[in-house]
Ligand binder design. Structure first.
Ligand code: GLC
Length: 567
């Protein structure tokens, strides 16, 4: 199973993730729109972005900000029109960039015409588009599976006396992939967008589409015991993905990334090894659970640094050996800002944001930048639950209190964990509402925008923005970033994460001090002898005024992070 690294252009690309609701508003509605993205394409081109992942802009009641799709082939009027979309696609192409759309087909909105028909009667032709079950013999729920947003995963339908499955919000009904007609519809809608010339798809929670058809109760023997083991990387998932590849991804030569919830490396290798003809690459989330005590997202603990490093390393080595390909990310629209979570977003904010960037962009895979990350936007400080918008946060705020937490305790947890942490408006300048809207933003703008914004950073060559720009350019220039072998160098150091990427011609070393204290790292002797001694090392990028040479022993100031090349 060999990689065709040179053929796959996206292996040298960087993807920029646009959360359209919060990107740029051109109408004064307080919500971003497609024309806003068109306005900012020059900005993304300047940054060096190759692929823009545009999150869902389809018709939707927006209960989950567009991940509840009511019509897969129409644009939500709040975001614009199909003409706007076509113009966007053309403008992206004319800049030699690529557009990647978000495809959400584990579930649809209950407002989708298919679901509306499906709930009409048990013998409606659309009934089998969704997963309907009789109540249990005692009249209760069909099984004990839990929704990812809290509460049971089943909703009762009075009209027909059955339950339907909803793994997310109660208005997001899971589609029944066992039904070939559903798979045909998915091919059809993806073909619609492929025909419009988009370059690829990001596939939402795509590893959940195949459910164990016995729908067993979860006895809790495997944590977290919410039923996920019966539908995660389920029995027929690879068959379904191969079908999509054969019918759409392959024929249209698309770049695809699968969002893999609670997955395994074994499965991600299958999903992303080109020989398998499934996806180009996969997102996994294991490294973003290192601050979940026993896997519990809604409890707090300081993150486990050693575990973070181990997970990143294991996935680097394992995916490389298996010929898979990682989508690299620390941030997205479902995660608090990594800057606030893993480093220092106040005193050392600039150093920290650059450290996060260098650490990630030295790894093997395709890096993703989530809007605002490139200017070091931190988590906003939430004063009150009324400021939050996310359905998951609002549900959990209630559930935490039902489970005995005080309102203050619940808010303290939400403040750290909420998905809204990353969803505040993009900070363009120091004008009203950070230049995001002339109206009232749908969610508050972070107070720190006067000093953290795009305009200021574009004018400052030392800014976080310029740091990202440099890293993105390096990925295109240096072959070792694409295919160099990964070696971990820090031997369980309590403050430092260090690794190398090694190829025949050159060696890259990345070293980051994830603490506010000075640290020093001794390179392993064998590594030093083989790769450093005798070579010429050059600092490629760093985040301090110093320009240290790579030595057997290197001292790192607080949050210092460097990347060297040795030739
Ligand atoms: C994915 C999306 C998330 C959404 C969920 C349900 O995890 O990233 O935002 O809520 O799927 O579609």
């Amino acid at each position: 199973m060999k990689n065709s690294i040179t053929q796959d252009w996206w292996r040298k690309s960087t993807v920029y993730q646009v959360y359209p609701k919060s990107f740029k508003d051109t109408t004064g509605s307080g919500e971003g729109d497609i024309r806003g993205l068109i306005e900012k394409l020059d900005y993304l081109q300047d940054l060096g972005i190759d692929i823009i992942w545009l999150q869902p802009v389809y018709v939707s009641p927006q209960n989950d900000n567009g991940y509840d799709v009511a019509d897969y082939c129409e644009i939500n009027p709040e975001y614009g029109t199909m003409e706007d979309f076509d113009e966007l696609a053309a403008e992206i192409r004319s800049r030699n960039m690529h557009l990647m759309l978000d495809i959400v087909v584990n579930h649809s909105s209950t407002e989708h015409a298919w679901f509306q028909a499906s709930r009409q009667s048990k013998d409606n032709p659309y009934r089998d588009y969704y997963i309907w079950k009789d109540p249990a013999p005692d009249g209760g729920l069909p099984n004990n599976w839990q929704s990812k947003f809290g509460g049971p995963a089943w909703q009762y339908d009075e009209g027909t006396g059955q339950y339907f499955l909803t793994l997310f919000d109660k208005t997001q009904a899971d589609l029944n992939w066992e039904n070939p007609k559903v798979r045909e519809e998915v091919v059809k809608l993806m073909t619609f967008w492929a025909e419009k010339g988009v370059s690829g798809f990001r596939m939402d929670v795509i590893n959940l589409i195949s459910k164990d058809q016995d729908f067993p109760n979860d006895d809790g023997s495997v944590l977290p015991g919410d039923g996920r083991r019966f539908y995660t990387d389920g029995p027929r998932v690879h068959e379904y993905v191969k079908e999509m590849h054969e019918r759409v991804f392959g024929p249209y030569n698309l770049v695809t990334v699968g969002e893999m919830s609670s997955t395994t490396m074994e499965n991600c290798i299958l999903y992303s090894n080109p020989a398998e003809k499934e996806f180009s690459m996969t997102f996994n989330f294991h490294h973003l659970k290192v601050d979940y005590p026993k896997g519990q997202k809604w409890e707090l603990m300081p993150y486990d640094f050693e575990q973070l490093k181990r997970l990143l390393s294991d996935w680097q080595i394992g995916m490389q050996q298996g010929g898979g390909w990682n989508a690299l990310f620390f941030n997205n629209h479902d995660q608090p800002r990594a800057l606030s979570r893993f480093t220092d977003d106040t005193k050392y904010r600039t150093e920290s944001a650059k450290l996060i960037a260098t650490t990630l962009h030295g790894l093997q895979g395709t890096p993703y930048v989530f809007q605002g990350e490139e200017i070091g936007m931190p988590n906003p400080y939430w004063n009150d639950i009324s400021e939050l918008r996310d359905i998951e946060s609002k549900n959990m705020y209630q559930i935490l209190q039902q489970n005995g937490k005080s309102a203050d305790e619940a808010l303290a947890i939400i403040r750290e964990r909420s998905r809204d942490n990353s969803r505040t408006p993009m900070q363009w300048d120091d004008g009203p509402q950070a230049g995001f809207t002339s109206g009232t933003p749908w969610i508050k703008v972070d107070e720190r925008y006067p000093s953290i914004n795009v305009k200021q950073q574009m004018n400052d060559p030392e800014s976080i923005y310029h740091h990202y720009k440099k890293l993105i350019a390096l990925r295109k220039e240096l072959q070792v970033l694409t295919d160099g072998r990964y070696i971990r160098l820090d031997e369980a150091h309590p403050q430092v994460y260090a690794y190398a990427r090694v190829s025949e011609k050159e060696t890259l070393v990345v070293m980051s001090n994830f603490s506010d204290r000075e640290a020093s790292l001794q390179l392993p002797d064998d590594f030093h002898t083989e790769y450093v001694e005798g070579g010429l090392s050059k600092l490629l990028i760093g985040n301090t005024k110093l320009e240290p040479a790579l030595q057997a022993q290197t001292v790192l100031t607080p949050y210092a992070s460097y990347m060297w090349i040795i030739r």
